[in-house]
Ligand binder design. Structure first.
Ligand SMILES: [Cu+2]
Length: 241
């Protein structure tokens, strides 16, 4: 291969990779993370995106170079020379994807196991989904319940999810995790909120006519505010009972 051709290929690859990088970085694809788990999941996403951009740049360079340099004349109907395989090339295109996919699998496995590991002093929250509403109860606080998911910042939370009727799915985009709620099954989700704010809780499994309206909010509060709120709920439920 001529030196000029290699330089042209590299130049096309840099331009294609640059465009792909700009699309990845300049557009807001992901919500700003509001939990530790979300931060790790975003790391996996960016790890995969970087690999994808490099592969895209190589493929785009090869295709654009081939189209511009090896274009046949309109009246040229002849076949190209026969090719009988290329062992080195085949080893390369088997080995490289194997290494990349293995790397993605290892990074994902580490992130999944770290996301599942609970910290100390876990807050338990029961999540109940039904057509078309969410409710949350706090078994550690005498079963205080709320239609809004209130969580303290920087504390390990274990959501235990149940469905009363059909399959629903719990999703807070800023927490970057989804978990189905399935009638007859108990599912769990582990979240450590790390940013104060109010976020949407969305049902992300088509569950009937009101599915689009099956939303509520998650409020991440300071631990002091959360304790105050939980205490007031506890008092309210004892006075009621
Ligand atoms: Cu739904």
């Amino acid at each position: 291969m001529r030196r000029g051709s290699i330089l042209t290929l590299i130049a096309i690859g840099i331009v294609a990779g640059g465009i792909a990088t700009a699309v990845a970085v300049l557009l807001p694809w992901l919500p700003e993370p509001a939990s530790r788990e979300a931060g790790r999941i975003h790391f996996v996403i960016w790890f995969v995106i970087v690999i994808c951009i490099v592969i895209f740049a190589v493929v785009a360079a090869a295709i654009i170079y081939a189209v511009t340099h090896f274009r046949a004349a309109p009246d040229d109907l002849s076949d190209g020379p026969p090719i009988h395989g290329n062992t080195k090339l085949e080893i390369a295109w088997t080995l490289i994807p194997t290494v990349l996919v293995t790397a993605i699998a290892i990074v994902s496995a580490i992130v999944l196991s770290r996301n599942d590991a609970q910290g100390k002093d876990v807050l338990h929250v029961n999540v109940t989904a039904q057509q078309f509403a969410w409710s949350f109860s706090y078994p550690d606080a005498g079963g205080a319940s709320s239609p809004i998911l209130r969580l303290p910042k920087d504390r390990s939370v274990l959501l235990t999810l149940h469905a009363k009727d059909v399959i629903h799915s719990f999703w807070v985009p800023e927490f970057s995790q989804k978990e189905d709620t399935v009638p007859g099954l108990t599912t769990t989700l582990h979240i450590t909120p790390d940013r104060l704010g109010t976020y949407a809780v969305i049902c992300t499994e088509l569950c009937g006519l009101g599915h689009a309206l099956m939303r509520t909010t998650a409020v991440v509060m300071t631990p002091a505010d959360f304790d105050k709120w939980l205490k007031s709920q506890k008092q309210a439920s004892t006075t009621k009972g």
